[in-house]
Ligand binder design. Sequence first.
Ligand code: HAM
Length: 416
Amino acid sequence: MFRSVRGMKDLYGREAEKYDFICNKFRSIGERYGFEMIYTPLLEYTDVFSRSIGDETDVVSKEMYSFLDKGDESVTLRPEGTAGAIRAIVCEHLDQFLPVKVMYCGEMFRYDRPQKGRFRQFRQFGIEWIEEKNPYTDAITIAIAVDCIQSIGLFDFKVLINSLGDEETRENYTKAIVKYLSRHEDMLSIESQARLKKNPLRILDSKNNQDIEICSMAPIFIDYLSKEARLYFNKVCSLLEDYGINYEINHFLVRGLDYYSHTAFEIQSTSSSYRDALGGGGRYDRLLSVFGGQDVSGIGFAIGIERLMILMDSLFVQKNRRKIAVIPVSETENSFAFSVFRNLQECELPVEFIHHGNLSKKMKIADRLGCNIAILLGENEIQDKTATVKFMNSCDAAMKTKIIKLDDIINFLRCN
Ligand code: HAM
């Protein structure tokens, strides 16, 4: 038997429907905030990622699907959307006119250990917003991420934020953390010992228990923020309060990618069925310059769609979806029912014609096809020029069955 590659799932049926539902919902929220879609290649030259995300990060050093193509060029399946989006913005000179506001939804690839909510091929919805740095943009970006998650009926999450400050902050903080970690060097994991020399901040991402314990006593960014960075962070926090967004400051939130500066944030699930990051993002001051673009800052986030799919109630999708089944009660009504089906289809209503088996089998097929309204046409209905409309999965008893005149059926279906 053939099987799919480990950590890469087939998406079909209700799951595919959930995926489309989430993407469409997020896209419409993005549009409402003025973002336009950008589609970048799944494959980029490897240095697009290594130069921006950072050689020492877990993503670049352990998780990338990189290989030499037939022309001996090192290429990589994108592990995230930001690097490719910014590369495209610079290559296409979109940064000549600011602001640039793009969004994307699609596949990402990371060679990680598969587990609940962690896959080797997964999907993200993300936005990137390039504009002169200002705290309003940071607060609105976080609000968009919160809006997206709430729009699909999820409320069990918390927003964590931190500031990684400006270059001056990072220089001072790096000195402090190297000094602190050097005192515990022989207790650090081998990997963290190597990182101490190359990229000490990445030790804060370590998943090794001993490293985590040592890092829990390490100096924190907030104590090293320059005056400017502190004012900036305070303003972002007060704007979030104006927005009514509850947040927690988490001093150890550094995010696993090198490109961040100033605001970094993560949205974490607090649901008992899944507790991990649903999305995350932050500001990047230097990313456009890395690709040779304008010296302008940007901010963005990405949300992992599979993680939302675990948490999302499929009833929520059904509530927002309407699919009609036209069902002749017996074979005698087939041709009449077929003409009703064609009529509904011409009116662009989502409709199935179900005519195999007895009535109970037809109802089961309608349910399997995800229909939530059945139009039953029997002898009496044809005689009275009516249809019996049955709301499947309806909790409202009064709505369960209705007799509607055939002349009014299209209007009725459009309104229900
Ligand atoms: P990230 O935190 O690496 O950020 O990923 C964002 C989200 O993608 C995570 O919170 C998680 O929900 C999901 N995710 C990550 N890895 C996996 C996986 N192996 N399986 C399933 N879901 C996963 C970024 O990717 C940044 N590019 C976000 C950003 C945009 N920052 C600025 N702009």
